[in-house]
Every structure is written in structure tokens, then in C-alpha cells.
Design a protein around this ligand. Structure first.
Ligand SMILES: [Zn+2]
Length: 103
């Protein structure tokens, strides 16, 4: 997850710095950087900038799906291998949606 440094981090949508008073939204790496909406992956933004952007709405919709899949993972997965194996199946539908949003 990207880290916010107040008055240093730049919002990629408006190009202005993010201050500690601003309402922000951050995304983990939920898309490949090469995706049409890859700007939103692993980034921090002004909430208002995301809300005003049509691509922001698309990114938030995909992120909501990503989060739902991730939160559905069984609690007994311990090793990275187990999580990887689970993820291949669990995220299959999600990655189809991501590919559709990229075309
Ligand atoms: Zn902004």
C-alpha cells in the first residue's frame, strides 16, 4: 500500500499535494500497472478527486470486488503457497472483470 506523507505526497489526479486536513482514499496494488486504470493501483488520492473522476468510479468498483474476494479467504491459509493457490481460483472471476474493463 502506498504511504501518505502529508504535504509531500502528490495526488495523481489533480497534481496538488495532499495535506493532513484532506480527506484521502488509498488503494493497494489491486491492478497491474499497465492496466487502463493502473494509476489507481497502489496510489493515494484526494477523495474528492476520485469522486469527480469517471475512471475513479470504475476503479472503486473494481477495488470493491477485489476486497470482497480477498476478505473471503479462509482463515486457515498460513503459507504464501497456500494463499497463492487459493488466490488463483478465487480471483479468476475478478481478473476477467479487470480484463473486460481494460478493453
Ligand atoms: Zn487531488
Amino acid at each position: 500500500m502506498a504511504h501518505l506523507i502529508a504535504d509531500k505526497t502528490i495526488c495523481p489526479l489533480c497534481g496538488k499535494t495532499i495535506s493532513s486536513d484532506d480527506v484521502v482514499v488509498g488503494f493497494p496494488a489491486f491492478l497491474k500497472p499497465s492496466h487502463r486504470l493502473g494509476l489507481f493501483s497502489d496510489g493515494i488520492f484526494h477523495q474528492a478527486c476520485v469522486d469527480l473522476s469517471s475512471e475513479g468510479a470504475e476503479a472503486q468498483a473494481l477495488y470493491t470486488q477485489w476486497l470482497a474476494v480477498w476478505q473471503s479467504r479462509p482463515s486457515n491459509l498460513e503459507s504464501l503457497e497456500d494463499i497463492d493457490e487459493w488466490g488463483k481460483n478465487a480471483f479468476a472471476h475478478y481478473w476477467q472483470e479487470v480484463a473486460r474493463a481494460d478493453s
